[in-house]
Design a protein around this ligand. Structure first.
Ligand SMILES: Cc1cc2nc3c(=O)[nH]c(=O)nc-3n(C[C@H](O)[C@H](O)[C@H](O)COP(=O)(O)OP(=O)(O)OC[C@H]3O[C@@H](n4cnc5c(N)ncnc54)[C@H](O)[C@@H]3O)c2cc1C
Length: 391
């Protein structure tokens, strides 16, 4: 659960949104298209966001961050996407540091957070998913065995995004064998791995080429030595720490989906007004108007849930159901808007220069990651509606 958070009452959200839009305007469609073709990382874009302080939005001021509320952080991510940019290149920095902030020791926070806030250190990588266990996180097999003042890590992660562009990796590994714990969720621990020291000495990073430009990778650990002082919180309690950060992750990704939906709706509306077929704008046909209007209504409804989840989070109240529903509804809204936008553009929707096909590929991810839609539905069924546990 979130600690008492900053309230948006004393923040100028309109000003924050305007500043993000102004920054994003310097990174137009051509910039993203070139990177997409090469599957290259948007280094300049991420550097600009970092310099402007946007990626340190949720880091408290005492550690050099902006100390903004979740509502403001969500507004930042939404505006990035609504401007046609891709916040997936750096969104993890915003929510991954929450584990360190909430569960790290005073010494760890003092050591890492100011450097993350200033951009000197990038904490963009989050290693949870493994090839054999997938969504069943409690079944993960990567192990961390204590040897003196180090842990020795062996195993494999998959889909660890941005690992090649991050200095630090937040890693979850098993410290007690599954058979030796009483509760299923015990025995996992979280480490902050300094990848600058680790590369070539126990960690290999293999890029995975995907349908969109996402800088995702596979990681192999072979007797990687991590200093024991890099263990976050208590040994064996890591799953609880990771879970507590997931509400923030869900809310921020939902906000990105809202931004995507806004981009698709604006793009489709503009095109429907300008494209003349049969001697009139295509947008004059109800068959073209209605899907745009429906996508708009769906986006606005999802936006309300994102706002509700962020407000609960800020108030330090339980928000698991709302954060999950926000992610589900916003991902559905962005995907519906993407499909509508492609259809509105006819053949031109498939042409790279319109950016529609790129954003269409990018927003599709959120039906699957960071949690797939089915897993959210089963959470709601079991924890909110009291239906029997299905797995
Ligand atoms: C581009 C990309 C980037 C990613 N980045 C990261 C990252 O940075 N860090 C990280 O740790 N992970 C990352 N992931 C992993 C992502 O979180 C997982 O892909 C996602 O959680 C689904 O797990 P899986 O792929 O193993 O699917 P599986 O668990 O194998 O599931 C496959 C399908 O079966 C369904 N399914 C499985 N079990 C059930 C069930 N009990 N009931 C109903 N349906 C079920 C799922 O919903 C899914 O549709 C990324 C993934 C991608 C594709």
């Amino acid at each position: 659960m979130a600690q008492a958070e900053r309230s948006p009452a004393n923040e100028d959200l309109a000003q924050i949104r305007e500043s993000v839009r102004a920054l994003c305007a310097k990174f137009p469609g051509e910039y993203w298209r070139d990177l997409d073709r090469e599957r290259a990382y948007p280094t300049e874009f991420v550097a600009a966001l970092t310099q402007a302080g946007f990626l340190a939005a949720l880091i408290p001021e005492e550690y050099g961050g902006s100390g903004l509320s979740m509502t403001a952080a969500a507004a930042i991510m939404e505006e990035i996407q609504a401007s046609g940019c891709n916040g997936a290149a750096c969104h993890a920095q915003m929510y991954t540091m929450g584990t360190l902030l909430r569960h790290g020791s005073a010494a760890q926070k003092a050591r890492w957070l100011p450097a993350i806030a200033s951009g000197e250190l990038r904490l963009q990588a989050f290693g949870v998913t493994e090839p054999t266990s997938g969504s069943d996180t409690l079944n993960l097999r990567t192990t961390a065995v204590r040897e003196g003042d180090h842990y020795i890590i062996n195993g494999q992660k998959i889909w660890t995004s941005r690992a090649e562009h991050s200095d630090l990796l937040l890693l979850i590994a098993r410290t007690t064998p599954r058979e030796a714990v009483t509760r299923r969720s015990d025995g996992l621990s979280v480490f902050l791995v300094d990848m600058r020291l680790a590369q070539g000495t126990g960690i290999s990073i293999i890029p995975i080429r995907t349908m969109m430009n996402h800088a995702t990778t596979e990681l192999f650990f072979d007797d990687l030595r991590v200093p024991a002082e890099n263990l976050i919180g208590e040994e064996g309690q890591g799953f609880r720490y990771i879970l507590s950060g997931m509400n923030a992750e869900r809310i921020l990704i939902a906000a990105e989906c809202i931004g995507d939906a806004k981009w698709f709706i604006a793009k489709a509306t503009g095109y429907a007004k300008e494209r003349i077929v049969f001697g009139r704008p295509i947008g004059q046909n109800q068959g073209v108007q209605f899907p745009i209007a429906r996508a708009y209504a769906q986006m606005r409804a999802a936006e309300l849930m994102v706002g509700a989840a962020a407000a609960l989070y800020e108030a330090g109240r339980e928000c698991g159901a709302e954060a999950n529903m926000a992610k589900l509804l916003a991902a559905d809204a962005s995907w519906a808007a993407a499909d509508m936008c492609l259809q509105t553009h006819g053949g031109f929707g498939f042409a790279e220069e319109f950016d529609v096909e790129r954003k269409f590929r990018e927003t599709r991810l959120y039906q699957t990651a960071p949690i797939s839609t089915n897993l959210i539905l089963s959470y709601l069924a079991e924890h909110v509606l009291g239906l029997p546990r299905s797995y």
